[in-house]
Design a protein around this ligand. Structure first.
Ligand code: SF4
Length: 378
């Protein structure tokens, strides 16, 4: 197979010829038909189900999505059912998947589809890209998989795969690299079976052309791959510097009042917006006594004055690059702090057995289970 060498930003890469592209399509599709994983969202071309799966798969492992997807589409079987559901129910079924903004945007987009497209998922690319939470990649994936539209895709797996197919040594996440890979993704599209081809690209990236250990021995396009030929698998794509990890200390407080506990709704712009939570705040190292820190922290996020009791448990968890030590305390309600009612955060008092109906973060749910186990204490 011959290549045409190009020079971009002083980095030589090789642009595939027509014969290369043809051979690549043939080998890739033959491999995919034999090796594709049997995933629930691949058993349908219903655009709604394809859309839900694509949103869930963003920054989330396939195995995790495989647990959430069937339950979600069973609860909301149509776009209209999703649009009509209260946001709290949608977030409750998303609980544990993280990146909750995705669920809120999915919910908002369902309402737009009902209002502006009669409840039918639009087939026009511009209309799809105007929906909340849908960018170029997601629009391309939904339209190609559901309608076989001639739309390219580029996401983490295909960025890696296509970078290696070009032996592209610069950073593919930068503007020039993105433009280059999008144009390759478009040029590679076959005339038919576009959705299948796009899924095959992602599947090869996920199962064979993996980030650390590219399994070149099992790769159907090994003979076409310049990265394999030059032994550059560890250098392509360019490795990103890992983000700096930061240790953080936080407190969460279970405030009790007549057999109920205090929850506060997380507001837009906050971490976990739309979810409910126990009063939670950062604890800076300082000279104040712990009880004062807890009283001030609870009052600042709920307008409730409390009397701290004992430490219930310490939980460790991570949110993006932050490693959080969460100290969970018990406290009793004293009174509402003075101030205008309208300016107060949205709070509610919930009995331990009602906590199951509220969407919580993973650590919030752990704390809720602890309260349920220790019901007598509340
Ligand atoms: Fe990736 Fe290796 Fe296949 Fe090239 S030969 S596409 S590096 S798995």
């Amino acid at each position: 197979m011959t290549f045409t060498p190009h020079d971009s930003a002083k980095l030589v890469y090789q642009w595939p010829t027509a014969a290369w592209k043809q051979a690549f399509r043939r080998k890739l599709l033959a491999w995919y038909r034999q090796n594709a994983r049997d995933l629930a969202w691949r058993q349908t071309r219903d655009p709604y189900r394809v859309w839900v799966s694509e949103i869930m798969l963003q920054q989330t492992q396939v195995a995790t999505v495989a647990r959430y997807f069937p339950r979600f589409v069973a609860a909301f079987p149509t776009i209209a059912a999703l649009a009509a559901a209260p946001e709290r129910h949608v977030l409750r079924l998303w609980e544990g998947l993280g990146y909750y903004r995705r669920a809120r945007q999915l919910h908002r987009a369902a309402a737009v589809i009902v209002r502006e497209h009669g409840g039918r998922f639009p087939q026009d690319a511009a209309a799809v890209r105007r929906l909340p939470g849908i960018g170029r990649y997601t629009a391309g994936a939904i339209l190609s998989i559901a309608f076989d539209a001639r739309e390219a895709i580029l996401e983490a797996n295909t960025v890696r795969l296509l970078s290696r197919l070009l032996a592209y040594r610069a950073d593919p996440r930068q503007t020039a690299g993105q433009a280059l890979l999008w144009s390759l993704a478009e040029e590679l599209l076959p005339r038919r079976a576009i959705g299948e081809f796009n899924q095959a690209l992602m599947e090869l990236g996920a199962l064979v052309c993996k980030p650390r250990d590219a399994d070149c021995g099992a790769c159907p396009v090994q003979s076409l791959c310049p990265t394999h030929r030059q032994g550059l698998q560890r250098l392509v794509p360019m490795v990103q510097k890992p983000p700096r990890v930061e240790q953080v200390r936080e407190a969460a407080v279970v405030v009790r009042r007549r057999g109920k506990v205090l929850l506060v709704e997380r507001q837009p712009g906050e971490r976990w917006a739309g979810l409910w939570d126990f009063p939670r705040f950062s604890v800076a190292a300082g000279s104040k006594p712990e009880s004062v820190v807890l009283i001030e922290g609870v009052a600042s996020c709920t307008s409730v004055v409390c009397r701290p009791r004992e430490l219930l448990r310490t939980l460790k968890h991570s949110v993006t690059r932050f490693r959080i030590t969460l100290e969970c305390h018990l406290a009793d309600y004293v009174r509402l702090a003075p101030g205008k009612r309208a300016a107060r955060p949205k709070i509610t008092w919930v009995s331990p057995d009602e906590l199951d109906g509220y969407p919580l973060s993973v650590t919030g749910r752990k704390l809720a289970r602890l309260i349920a186990e220790q019901g007598a204490k509340v």
